[in-house]
Structure formats: structure tokens, C-alpha cells
Design a protein around this ligand. Structure first.
Ligand code: AMP
Ligand code: MG
Length: 420
């Protein structure tokens, strides 16, 4: 294809310096608004962020109840065990006793059943002969034994879940237990994704020399979904100014825009020019990190635009460090917005140039009570297979060129730690 030659390489414009990752994250999060609220059915709340305080409507448990199958007794009656007690009632879970435990008597009780009046303790069945009319208790139990206290889980009126909490299985269970059938959650941002590059072809296109399959769109869409947002993937954009402008305009219909490629210093890197022509306000366009140095953050027509590098690893790393936290904030999460950093012991050495902070893809496993990181064998920013199984980005700071096997380095955790 012939086209007008874009003959100059892109140059940094005045006032645009390379900034550190933390500064870039600060600038990103400062630009991200918290989105509105919507109501979803309880079952659909998984992976969303709670946007209301939820209080307990009642004490839980509602009353003292039994933590064991056994016999509700007065502790003083069994203090001199072995003793025999008369069994006056049978109490399955969910039922309420009609009788009172008086001296010398017991009520047979199942786990979860409310403790009858008069009783202060439960003797587990294993300590008895399991009698029906009369029970022989073989051992004394302390007062309060095997009793779950009223309100030990929740107190009526207490806020048990706070606005801004991500909803996982535990939170969903609590919401169910307080009968919150409809939940107010943060709206999920829709993220428009497009890839730039004359070399980039669709997944179903014939393979051809010099062409690169658009893996970034798939990887980015997956990362968007993992972050809980909605991915809207747009067609591949050729390296032409007008096409890039048109694509950005279409993408701006979504809440955020994420593009891959076209942001480095190449002669055909049109994203910055296109953003400029749309009147975008660029917040930064280079971050002192490897992989992923060319990362653009812009504000265009009240939307946030993330221009990520085309190299597949750089693209994903930049997403994890800048876009995923933005999604979490937009959905209403209040804390733990940035990915966690933990110390890991290296199973193999790391070697870098030391010119910028370098993130090495590693597999972090828990071994002998410690986090051990196995670096992927090839660490180039184009080595997409280095992302297979990667759940950490081990860090060598600027000025550090090596870390030996056995040494401890900080590591960004990007997925759950694996078992050995
Ligand atoms: P760029 O940032 O546009 O200079 O792209 C850098 C390199 O990343 C290209 O040479 C391609 O090999 C690769 N690349 C660009 N876009 C994609 C894509 N959508 N999917 C996979 N690889 C890509
Ligand atoms: Mg390109």
C-alpha cells in the first residue's frame, strides 16, 4: 500500500519527561472518576464493588445456640460426672424448645438449635452414652461449653459490609445471610480496545510473513474482564493519521479507551498526533519502566485514554500497572487499588541493564512457607510466552543490574500465588 510518508521520528515535546511508575499511577488515579451506582440481583454481585453500607438486620446468631450435636445441660449438673440426667425433649435444628432445663434434666439438641432456657452448656454426644430417655454424661464440661453466643457473628444494626468493598464469595455469603436480595454496586466501566499497526492481522486471517496476529486485543479484553469491567473490542487500525483519529473518536463512546501500539518513537506512531488533533490533554507519555516505557495517558473529551505499547508483554504489564487500578477505582473500590508488592526469593538470577526499573515475569509459588519466584527464561518485551503462568513481576530498580538466585527482591503480585 502506498501512502504519504511520515518521515520524521516522534520526539518528546517540551515539558514531557519520562516519569516514575508511582508518579504515573498517581496521575492516572487522580484522573479516574468513581462511576455511578446500579442495582443488581445478589447472584450477579460477584466481582462487583459494593456501593452501600450494609447493616445486620438482626443479631446472628439470633440467640445462643448449640455448636454441637449433644445435650443441653446445666454445667453444675454435670460437674460431678459421671451422672445421669433425664432427657425431657428432643430439639432438631430450626426448632424451639417448649420445656425448660431444670436440675437433673437435659434436652437432646442438634447443632444450630437454640439453647433451651435453663441450660447454659452443651455436652457433645461423644461424651455421653447417647441415651434417649436418660442420658449418662461421662465428663464434666465448663459453663458455656459448645454454645455459640447470640450476636457473636453480627450485632443488629452493625455495619457488616462497607461501601467500597469488592464482593467475593465471602462477601456474597454475608449479603445473602442478611437477605440483601438486591445489591447496590458500582457501574462497570466499558473499555474500548483497539490495536494499531499495519503489521497486525486478525486471528482468523491467513498467516503471512511479516504480519503479527492481534493477540493484544484478546489479552487486553481478558484483562478487562478479569478486572470486572466490560470489554468492547474495535477493529484493527492501520498506521495512518486519519484512520487513527476516526478510531479514537469511535472508541470515545466508551468510558475508557485502551489502544495498543503506535505510541513509541517510530515514524508511523500516530496515536500521539491523533490525540493532539483531537485536542487531548496528555498527562504523560513515557514511564521509566521496562517493559512498557511508551505509555500515554491523555484526557480526551472527558474520557481517559491509555495508549499502551504494542509489544505484547509491555502492553499487558502497562495494563496491570495503570489500567486495572483505574477500573477498580472507577467501580468504587476504596482500598487495595494498586496491585500488592511482596518480597520473593529468586529461584534463578535476574539480569538487567539498570537504566530503568525492570519488571521480570515470574511464577511465584509458596514453598516452605516462603514466596519463591521462578523467572520466565526469556524476558524480552515481545516474548508473549513469558506471560504463561506469570503471577508476579519481580523488580530490579534503576541502577541495579543483577540479583542472584536465593536473594530477595520486591515483586508485584498480578494473580494469585500458586502452590508448589
Ligand atoms: P508498536 O508499539 O506499535 O511499535 O509495536 C511494537 C511491536 O509490538 C510490533 O512490532 C509488533 O510486533 C507488536 N505488536 C503491535 N501490535 C500488536 C498486537 N495488536 N498484537 C500483538 N503484537 C503486536
Ligand atoms: Mg505499531
Amino acid at each position: 500500500m502506498m501512502r504519504a510518508m511520515a518521515t520524521t521520528f516522534q520526539r518528546a515535546r517540551s515539558g514531557e519527561q519520562m516519569i516514575e511508575v508511582e508518579e504515573a499511577q498517581r496521575r492516572v488515579l487522580a484522573e479516574v472518576p468513581v462511576f455511578g451506582v446500579e442495582e443488581v440481583a445478589l447472584v450477579d454481585a460477584l466481582g462487583r464493588v459494593l456501593r452501600e453500607d450494609v447493616a445486620a438486620p438482626d443479631d446472628a446468631p439470633q440467640r445462643d445456640n448449640s455448636a454441637m450435636d449433644g445435650y443441653a445441660v446445666r454445667a453444675e449438673d454435670v460437674a460431678k460426672a459421671p451422672v445421669s440426667l433425664r432427657v425431657i425433649e428432643d430439639l432438631p435444628a430450626g426448632t424451639v424448645a417448649t420445656k425448660r432445663v431444670a436440675a437433673g434434666t437435659a434436652i437432646r439438641i442438634m447443632t444450630g438449635a437454640l439453647l433451651p432456657e435453663g441450660a447454659d452448656s452443651v455436652v457433645q454426644v461423644e461424651l455421653t452414652d447417647a441415651g434417649s430417655d436418660v442420658v449418662r454424661v461421662g465428663e464434666a464440661v465448663p459453663r458455656g461449653a459448645n454454645v455459640r453466643r447470640r450476636g457473636e457473628d453480627m450485632h443488629r444494626g452493625d455495619v457488616v459490609l462497607r461501601d467500597g468493598t469488592p464482593i467475593r464469595a465471602g462477601e456474597l455469603g454475608v449479603l445473602a445471610s442478611v437477605q440483601q436480595r438486591v445489591v447496590r454496586v458500582g457501574r462497570r466501566p466499558e473499555i474500548a480496545i483497539f490495536s494499531t499497526g499495519d503489521e497486525v492481522i486478525d486471528v482468523d486471517a491467513p498467516r503471512a510473513l511479516g504480519k503479527v496476529v492481534n493477540s493484544n486485543a484478546y489479552a487486553l479484553a481478558a484483562l478487562v474482564r478479569e478486572a470486572g469491567a466490560i470489554a468492547r473490542v474495535l477493529p484493527i487500525v492501520p498506521d495512518r493519521a486519519e484512520a487513527t483519529v476516526k478510531a479514537i473518536e469511535e472508541a470515545l463512546k466508551s468510558d475508557f479507551v485502551v489502544s495498543s501500539g503506535g505510541v513509541s518513537a517510530g515514524a508511523f506512531d500516530f496515536v500521539k498526533d491523533a490525540l493532539d488533533s483531537l485536542g487531548a490533554e496528555t498527562k504523560f507519555w513515557q514511564v521509566a519502566m521496562k517493559p512498557g516505557k511508551p505509555v500515554v495517558l491523555s484526557r480526551v473529551r472527558d474520557r481517559l485514554y491509555f495508549g499502551l505499547p504494542g509489544n505484547p508483554v509491555s502492553c499487558m504489564v502497562a495494563f496491570l500497572l495503570f489500567v486495572a487500578p483505574s477500573i477498580r477505582k472507577a467501580m468504587g473500590q476504596r482500598s487495595a487499588i494498586l496491585p500488592p508488592i511482596a518480597n520473593v526469593r529468586l529461584a534463578a538470577p535476574l539480569r538487567g541493564k539498570g537504566d530503568r526499573r525492570t519488571y521480570f515475569r515470574v511464577r511465584v509459588v509458596a514453598m516452605d512457607g516462603e514466596l519463591v519466584a521462578q523467572p520466565a527464561p526469556a524476558q524480552g518485551s515481545g516474548v508473549l510466552t513469558s506471560m504463561i503462568g506469570a503471577n508476579g513481576l519481580a523488580i530490579l530498580e534503576r541502577g541495579t543490574t543483577r540479583a542472584e538466585a536465593g536473594s530477595v527482591v520486591p515483586c508485584v503480585l498480578i494473580a494469585s500465588v500458586a502452590s508448589e
